[in-house]
Design a protein. Sequence first.
Length: 447
Amino acid sequence: MVGRLFGTDGVRGVANRDLTGRLAMDLSVAAARVLGEAGVFKGHRPVAVVGRDPRASGEFLEAAVVAGLAGAGVDVLRLGVLPTPAVAYLTHQLNADLGVMLSASHNPAPDNGIKFFDRSGYKLADEIESAIEAHLDEPWDPPTGADVGRVRDAEGAAEQYIAHLLSTLTGSLEGLRVVVDCANGAASTVAPEVLRRAGAEVVTIGAAPDGLNINSGCGSTHLDALRAAVIEHGADAGIAHDGDADRCLAVTASGETVDGDQIMAILGLELREAGQLPGDTIVATVMSNLGFKLAMRDAGVKVVETAVGDRYVLEAMKDGGYVFGGEQSGHVIMLRHGTTGDGVLTGMHLLSAMARRNRPLDELAKIMTRLPQVLVNVRGVDKARLQSATELTEAVSAAQAELGDGGRVLIRPSGTEPMVRVMVEAASEDQAQALAERLADTVRRVL
């Protein structure tokens, strides 16, 4: 972990190698010091909430974070295993000054991560994260006696989050049979319970976390088990979450994938019909399928594009006064109900749209047609030269001219690796594949 520790989604790495207990404690101490110096704790005793997903490494990392915060004079409420959006919600709801979530989202079990939320439930601003890094390993005068933080478990935290989710529904899910895949992750208890209380008949898979099986052959990154279960049980739909449940993907009764773009199209038009879509605008990233953008254009909905990453989607939403946005990967932000992507909330509202309209998911998903999309990762290149490579710019222009209005080319550098991503959308899979490979060859040769 060289350079800036914080990425677009907190600090992440292999637990006990990149992300050690010492680093977790030091980050927590630094966060407390930075917020204290910024006046966030002024006039009251500071409080933080700490949650985690069920990874084995989360146990020792939670202990390290709690020790760092309490040692820096912050009282700590331990939330236990809960989804990331639950921690964000409860940070604000419990009047905490800081929220901490330990999770590596959809990554495999050996990885873990730390992300911080401010008292409003939003991820910390870049400048605050930079200040936290600057305070690492600095000498300081720790509190003693009555000034050290106290630690206790938060009572009823999961129930409070469940009640919040249910309060956002206007109807019942009665009559729907749904399979929910919890990725053996943070939503293993919450997600099935929410859907049952909302009236659905629920079949649960991927809900037996043992600390090592999170995201392993299950969840939003591995949909085959969900498809099979939906067909086996004759379910109306399947809902898939990732390890920390900030994502939601779905499958139809026949097992067809419904991705984040399709979910945004369905829910965005539901909001527009209800008069709850300010500016008739949805915020999405440059990776959203062209089919989504064309469908929204035809429906009279504007799409504001951002860089890849849900934090950039959220920034654009806040800056423009918008309330709905997300990513193709299934991060969907419903700002009226939460400050971050919430997979359980998203899945519940997707099922609610089915119930309200009494239409199957495959029919609702036909609001847009996904264009074939091919992504090629070109590794080991000098991505810094991307913007100045005239030959590559000309190659992209030629490819775009070949596609016309029926396709799209996007070439962008990876934010974390010496790699350039080449994405092509076209009317056919063969055309998209051929153009992507041609452009990837050009990237390798030029860069």
